[in-house]
Design a protein around this ligand. Structure first.
Ligand code: NDP
Length: 365
């Protein structure tokens, strides 16, 4: 059963229910994760988070760098039997210690490793963006379904206290009827050699990386699905960083309620901002979706007050995400940010690129 859309639309209410004592199937053991790709996110951010988890632990590492992987495994009390290369990754099917494979690879490798993991009998948590095309997302969902495995996308903001509270406030009418959303994310991409600037590995530029946050926030804050998108790309192609992918891209989403979202992503300036304007006030987050240090204000223009949200489901959003996946596996329940949710974003991403390319509004099905 696909809970993805319904749960996204219910937003924090669904998460609160999923985390209530009554609804939670409490795992009797910590589920084992294999982290695939020991880079900035997998090694630098996710692996250190297992200490904050209740139901999740590190069980294996998968890397192209054997020495690094062996060192990381040893640091976490794992032997060489818990170390895999990309070539021998499929052997993971014989490792009962691994329940869930967490794909933290460049975007164009997400589909391959999700499908291989599912075929090896493992549940999959895959980083954002889910993949680089709608066709890949559909193949990933089909592979997990055929193997009867859960698939979740690393949309960590659904486990982050400020975003959960903003969703709750927006849905409860704290700012009145939401009429207009601004959602903007970017950072300065300084390294011209990084895979994020190579189309074959990234699938696209700032939209695939930071724009996913802008798009996700517009959807989960309003609880609506857009019916049309109009986009425009602004990239200085003389800049050697942007020979293959876009720098700045703006897009407008039209929602069935009449609300409009003006979204943006860029690789040439830092920004992290979400603004919801209703007919009775505004909810503003800046920064909105960072790892830590987010801020939020609620009120009428000029009279906003800072809001401190109640704690999220775990001490960090990352631990909340990992434990939600573990609980979903044990309960046999679809994660609240499922593969279908990643697919919905990718359909819109393809429409954004198409709109920018063709210079016209694209209606969404
Ligand atoms: P990094 O470049 O820091 O790490 C990627 C890792 O992937 C590398 O260290 C390497 O690991 C492995 N890899 C395998 N093949 C290649 C290749 N051809 N080129 C480069 N790396 C390769 O990227 P990130 O960790 O920042 O990003 C990984 C994924 O996580 C992306 O999809 C990104 O969008 C997502 N992400 C999500 C974030 C979030 O907040 N949810 C934040 C940051 C990233 P090894 O050396 O072990 O082989």
């Amino acid at each position: 059963m696909d809970f993805g859309r319904r749960d996204l639309l219910l937003g924090s209410a669904a998460l609160l229910l999923a985390n209530s004592t009554a609804a939670r199937a409490v795992p009797t053991r910590k589920l084992g994760y294999a982290i695939v790709g020991l880079g900035g996110y997998g090694l630098g951010v996710i692996i250190p988070q297992f200490v904050n988890c209740t139901h999740s632990r590190l069980a294996a590492v998968v890397s192209g760098d054997r020495a690094k992987a062996t060192r990381v495994a040893a640091e976490h009390g794992l032997g060489t039997g818990a170390v895999y290369s990309y070539a021998d990754f499929d052997r993971i099917r014989d490792n009962p210690d691994v329940d869930i494979v967490y794909v933290c690879l460049p975007n164009a490798m997400h589909a391959e490793f999700t499908i291989r993991a599912a075929r090896a009998g493992k549940h999959v948590l895959c980083e954002k963006p889910m993949a680089v095309s709608v066709a890949e997302c559909e193949a990933m969902i089909a592979a997990c379904r055929a193997a009867d495995r859960k698939l979740m996308i690393g949309y960590r903001c659904h486990f982050e206290a400020y975003n959960l509270e903003a969703m709750r406030l927006a849905r409860s009418g704290a700012a009145g009827k939401i009429r207009y959303v601004r959602s903007e994310h970017g950072f300065i991409q300084r390294n011209p050699a990084v895979w994020r600037l190579k189309r074959a590995l990234s699938g696209g530029g700032s939209l695939m990386d930071m724009g996913i946050y802008s798009l996700q926030a517009a959807r989960y804050m309003t609880g609506e699905e857009p019916v049309a998108v109009t986009a425009r790309e602004s990239t200085d192609r003389r800049d050697p960083r942007f020979r293959e992918v876009e720098d700045i891209i703006d897009w407008t989403l039209e929602f069935p309620s009449g609300a409009i979202a003006s979204c943006q992503s860029m690789y040439s300036a830092a920004q992290n901002h979400v603004l919801l304007m209703g007919d009775a006030g505004r909810i503003e987050l800046e920064p909105a979706t960072r790892y830590t240090g987010n801020h939020m204000w609620l009120g009428e223009d000029g009279r906003e007050k800072a809001v401190t949200p109640p704690p999220g489901p775990r001490v960090t959003q990352f631990a909340g995400q990992l434990d939600h996946m573990s609980e979903s596996v044990v309960a046999g329940r679809q994660p609240i940010v499922s593969g279908e949710e990643g697919l919905r974003d990718m359909r819109i991403v393809e429409a954004i690129y198409r709109s920018a390319r063709e210079g016209r509004t694209i209606r969404l099905g």
